[in-house]
Design a protein around this ligand. Structure first.
Ligand code: G1P
Length: 298
């Protein structure tokens, strides 16, 4: 039996400049997808996968994110008094156990690898997950849970993987596959943000990882890579070929939205809106109208 994965690191130190001016005062992770902050989707996914400890790597200006995880007893009391049970349940479902969340500051924006390394003292000698809340994944079985199950078989490091259009490789970590077992692939090498002509494939890393603590030791020594940043991809790549470990990719089942981009965020909003019973009819009617008007104007 492998050690259980009970800790997850959430790197949330980025400035979110693509969403300026909104991110002048609102951390990107608090921006609302339908009626829940982006980060809540990652938390729910982590909980479903058995995560018990949540480590946020933050930076200056992320106070609202920490406040979001406070309990709201007054608000709960108000809702209880008014008999607003459904809202009360929604609110309570976001409550986190005291002591389950830790915040670490990343003092300099030196890259994703550096952000993960900042949490090293809270990990000790056990496998851990990394979740990038910008990548929102709609799936029947939550993506991290799929990975935890696959990891029970493979051990080593596991990254979520998805085929992307070949011209988009320079936005992702890209896998070179040694053995393709269908949904799980064994990785031969991985490279951060290669140009399309240099990419070994179009199988990209998506922001979910299960990593061995040795990745943290690799990060101790690693030099800056693509974009002059300390890259997590490079530290994971050093695990390739290690006996009884190795690196695996999981082609997860589900739809991924890149909520780090405006268009991805809008698509996620529409898709999650349509998935909601209370919103579906109105939203769908409106979308049909918009499409019809658009066609008529062409
Ligand atoms: C990060 C990782 C990259 C991965 C991507 C997934 O890049 O460095 O390997 O493919 O997340 O979203 P970022 O999007 O932070 O530049």
């Amino acid at each position: 039996m492998r050690k259980k994965v009970t800790k997850a690191i959430f790197p949330v130190a980025g400035m979110g400049t693509r969403f300026l001016p909104a991110t002048k005062s609102v951390p990107k992770e608090i921006m609302t997808l339908v009626d829940r902050p982006l980060v809540q989707y990652a938390i729910d996914e982590a909980r479903a996968a058995g995560i018990k400890e949540f480590i946020f790597v933050t930076s200056r200006g992320k106070g609202a994110l920490e406040d979001y995880f406070d309990h709201a007893p007054q608000l709960e009391q108000e809702l209880r008094k008014k008999g607003k049970d459904a809202l009360l349940e929604t609110l309570k479902s976001t409550n986190m156990e005291s002591g389950a969340i830790a915040y670490i500051r990343q003092h300099k924006a030196l890259g994703l690898g550096h952000a993960v390394w900042c949490a090293r003292r809270l990990i000790a000698d056990e496998p851990f997950a990394v979740m990038l809340p910008d990548d929102v994944i709609a799936a029947e079985k939550p993506c991290l849970q799929q990975m935890v199950e696959a990891y029970q078989e493979t051990g080593g490091c596991m990254v979520a993987a998805m085929e992307v259009p070949p011209e988009r490789t320079s936005a992702y970590g890209i896998l070179d596959v040694e053995e393709d077992m269908g949904s799980v692939v064994k990785v031969k090498s991985m490279v951060e943000k290669p140009k399309p002509e240099e990419a070994p494939s179009n199988l990209a890393v998506i922001g979910r990882y299960i990593l061995t603590p040795s990745v943290l030791s690799n990060l101790n020594k690693i030099k800056s890579g693509a974009g002059g940043e300390i890259q997590l991809t490079d530290a994971i790549a050093q695990e390739i070929g290690k006996p009884k470990r190795g690196v695996y990719g999981l082609r997860f089942r589900g739809q991924r939205f890149d909520c780090g981009s405006k268009s991805g965020f809008l698509q996620a909003t529409v898709s999650f809106g349509l998935a909601r019973e209370d919103l579906r009819d109105d939203l769908s009617r409106y979308l049909h109208e918009v499409v019809a008007m658009d066609k008529a104007s062409q």
